[in-house]
Design a protein around this ligand. Structure first.
Ligand code: ZN
Length: 276
């Protein structure tokens, strides 16, 4: 099979994955919406499930980012969403409200910073379209509980604590922490990915900046798709719903399998599994 054909087949598999992931989300929403949870719980859980779906499907659509430079940013965010959901599932009413209040508090803080910036450039914040848009969103939030909650008191900024409380500290240690190295551009990421040995022996083999192109690795998209499935599974046992849609991750894996089987081993065309 030519490289062109491989890429075309890959594109088809990805599109099928994206469609199915979306169907999985909708099926769950339809199966759950009749229950007696509050609007806040429905909206927070629904939004986070949708966010997880968005992260997985957008990532699936961008194979050039399935590498060590970019993939950790997306996957860490998915682990974060998973931990938030597990934490909310334990005390949904209380924690969904906290989740909303925290986000609203952060939005208000951002608004204040924006007003200062507008004033500093000598303009009137009341006439600024950006300020108005922030204010309109804040004013549209009409959750009655907001008067009782101390805005900004959510423990959400401490992911480790949430993971501990939600009983998934191992997930935090094994996935969230290592993916944070790339997200925060730490030495243990940048020294591996963005330095290379200098060729000049007179320079005592110091290392110099490097921004190498990387080919894609299937394990990253497999990882992201697996996290989406894990989140869906956690939701199903929380909400006690059963959906009949085939898990999107399985379609992705069988699609990759078929492509690999169709590649002649003697063929010099690049294999689907990236060279790293
Ligand atoms: Zn040098």
């Amino acid at each position: 099979m030519t490289q062109e054909k491989v890429l075309k087949r890959l594109e088809e598999v990805i599109r099928k994955y994206q469609d199915l992931a979306e169907q999985e989300l909708i099926a769950r929403w339809n199966a759950w919406i009749g229950d007696t949870s509050t609007t806040e719980v429905h909206e927070v859980v629904g939004a986070l499930l949708a966010r997880q779906t968005t992260l997985a499907t957008q990532f699936a659509g961008a194979p050039s980012t399935w590498n060590g430079h970019m993939a950790p940013l997306v996957i860490r965010s998915m682990v974060d969403a998973h931990i938030s959901l597990l934490w909310i599932f334990q005390k949904p009413d209380e924690r969904a409200n906290k989740f909303i209040a925290y986000g609203l508090g952060q939005e208000k803080l951002a608004l204040e910073h924006l007003k200062v910036a507008v004033k500093e450039r000598g303009e009137d914040p009341d006439k600024d379209p950006g300020v108005k848009a922030h204010e309109a969103w804040i004013n549209s939030q009409r959750f009655t509980f907001l008067t009782e909650v101390n805005v900004g008191s959510w423990s959400g900024s401490d992911t480790r604590k949430m993971a501990d409380e939600a009983g998934c500290l191992e997930l935090y240690r094994r996935s969230y922490l290592p993916y944070s190295f790339a997200t925060h551009n730490m030495w243990n990421h940048v020294s591996k990915y963005n330095l290379r040995q200098c060729d000049n022996p007179l320079h005592r083999y110091h290392r110099v900046p490097s921004s190498p192109q990387m080919s894609f690795e299937l394990e990253y998209i497999h990882g992201a798709a697996s996290y989406l499935k894990r989140t869906f599974d956690a939701f199903d046992s929380y909400a006690k719903v059963v959906v009949s849609v085939e898990p999107a991750v399985e379609v992705l894996l069988s699609g990759f399998q078929k492509i690999q089987e169709s590649i002649d081993p003697d063929d010099k065309a690049p294999a689907v599994v990236g060279a790293g």
